[in-house]
Ligand binder design. Structure first.
Ligand code: GDP
Ligand code: MG
Length: 177
């Protein structure tokens, strides 16, 4: 169940998915610790961060999972997705291939997670808009077609990062409350 037995608080599992080097780990470190690492270091093992926010006077806890460098298609196991009620599918606006793989990530997510899973499509690295290969318009169209929210973010410049995570958490909260 979504509800914690001890308190009346909620604990939600949210997963980060998307191709390698799109910025998943940095989005999470920016959100959870307000940190950014310019050197991409491979994550060893599945990592998650627990982050709290308050909605309607209730504490809402999110357990946000980051892939363990398993981004090669189909390498992310079903255990990673299991029980997820929210997901951020991340691509890099400067690398078209990472956007073209979004549908595969979306399909994988739908196979393994809750039917009501709240999905946010995230176009990261908006600070590099001068070398973008994906327009916001086509990403918006893809998001609308698949009932995803959409935001462009910059983990580097801390733009829309909190907003992206909080939108997912608020929508999950609406569904379960
Ligand atoms: P992951 O493999 O998806 O977890 O990606 P990382 O978080 O490890 O980031 C991959 C690379 O992209 C690293 O060199 C980061 O410094 C860089 N990066 C991540 N987010 C941003 C961003 O918003 N803007 C820019 N310019 N670089 C970023
Ligand atoms: Mg990573």
């Amino acid at each position: 169940s979504y509800q914690d037995e001890q308190s009346e608080d909620y604990l939600f599992k949210v997963v980060l998915i998307g191709d390698s080097a799109v910025g998943k780990s940095n989005l999470l470190s920016r959100y959870a610790r307000n940190e950014f690492n310019s050197n991409s270091k491979a994550t060893i093992g599945v990592e998650f961060q627990t982050q709290s926010m308050e909605i309607d006077g209730k504490e809402l806890k999110a357990q946000i999972w980051d892939t363990a460098g398993q981004e090669r298609f189909r390498a992310v196991t079903s255990a990673y997705y299991r029980g997820a009620v929210g997901a951020l599918i991340v691509y890099d606006i400067t690398r078209r291939g990472t956007f073209e793989n979004v549908s595969r990530w979306f399909d994988e997510l739908k196979v393994h997670s809750d039917a009501n899973v709240v999905v946010m499509l995230v176009g990261n690295k908006s600070d590099l808009a001068h070398i973008r290969e994906v327009t916001a318009e086509e990403a918006t169209a893809l998001a609308e077609k698949n009932t995803m929210y959409f935001m462009e973010t910059s983990a580097l410049e801390a733009v829309n990062v909190v907003e992206a995570f909080q939108t997912v958490l608020k929508e999950i909260h609406k569904i379960v409350s």
